[in-house]
Design a protein around this ligand. Structure first.
Ligand code: G1P
Length: 293
């Protein structure tokens, strides 16, 4: 019986260049979607799947991430005095998560960020969540992946089909379908040219990794962009006959690491937000009518 997945790693040391100048001094992970920063959606998703310990891999200009999940005594007192009970509850909820932070001292790639988590993870399997891939909070992608991990006792990647024009932005897999929505992966290529993509199936930002990944990262030479690529380390696992599986996710995902994807996430999550959905829907319909004229 494989051990339970209780730890999640959130790589957050990237420079956020696609959102400059907004991310010059503020972390990309703190950009809000409606009223919550992206990292909070990721943390809440992990919490829903039974994760108990959260590790954020931070870097330069990322201190507000720690503040966000810390207690905020003055703010809490202020909300208490003003009788803003619901907001107080919401703010205090953030303090009960168990967080750790490790600093990635140089931007050497996603593989390197994961390697930085080794002292925290030790010898367990764990989840990795890339917080700029927003999964609709009504879906349970991570929960499905954990079930699959318990069945196969191996690495599980989240997958989604992407159009030809987007394949160069992702790790692309080749694999054999073993049952509905489940693949055994035979090859992976990080951000291929369209002609070199082995399929239309991309890795999206959720992974269940076994501790084998650390050695694989250490022994895999740098890849695309001279960085230590997680995708290449996963290929090393396969080359060493350690199976890697993929779960094809058919729910809603927003690539909020991209400006248009970020706006789509904002609009669609605003349309689900209990407090503003009515007013925002009215506004959107009115605006669309004007645009179509
Ligand atoms: C990373 C991975 C890539 C994966 C993507 C999912 O790329 O390297 O394989 O497809 O996340 O979002 P990044 O978006 O960090 O450039």
């Amino acid at each position: 019986m494989p051990g339970k997945i209780t730890k999640a790693v959130f790589p957050a040391a990237g420079l956020g260049t696609r959102f400059l100048p907004a991310t010059k001094a503020a972390p990309k992970e703190m950009l809000p979607i409606v009223d919550k920063p992206m990292i909070q959606y990721a943390v809440e998703e992990a919490e829903k799947s039974g994760i108990k310990e959260f590790l954020i891999i931070t870097g330069k200009s990322k201190r507000t991430l720690e503040d966000h999940f810390d207690s905020a005594w003055e703010l809490e007192e202020n909300l208490k005095r003003k009788g803003k009970k619901a907001l107080l509850r919401e703010i205090k909820r953030l303090n009960h998560f168990h967080f750790a932070y490790i600093r990635q001292k140089a931007p050497l790639g996603l593989g390197h960020a994961i390697l930085c988590s080794k002292p925290f993870i030790k010898d367990e399997s764990f989840a990795v969540i890339l917080s700029d891939d927003i999964i609709d909070p009504d879906d349970d992608l991570l929960g499905e992946m954990i079930k699959l991990y318990e069945e196969h006792e191996g690495t599980i990647l989240a997958l989604q089909r992407v159009p030809k024009t987007e394949r160069h932005r992702y790790g692309i897999i080749a694999g054999n379908k073993i049952k509905k929505n489940v693949y055994e992966i035979t090859d992976l290529v990080e951000k291929p040219k369209p002609s070199a993509a082995p399929s239309d199936i991309a890795i999206i930002g959720r992974y269940i990794l076994t501790p084998d990944i650390f050695k694989a990262i250490e022994t895999t030479p740098p890849g695309k962009g001279g960085e230590m690529q997680l995708t290449d380390a996963l290929k090393t696992l396969i080359n060493n006959n350690i199976p890697v599986y993929g779960y094809l996710f058919e729910g809603k995902r927003y690539d909020a690491g991209d400006k248009v994807g970020y706006l789509k996430a904002t609009v669609e999550l605003a349309l689900k937000h209990p407090k503003i959905k009515k007013e925002f829907r009215k506004y959107l319909l009115k605006t669309l009518r004007i645009i179509h004229k």
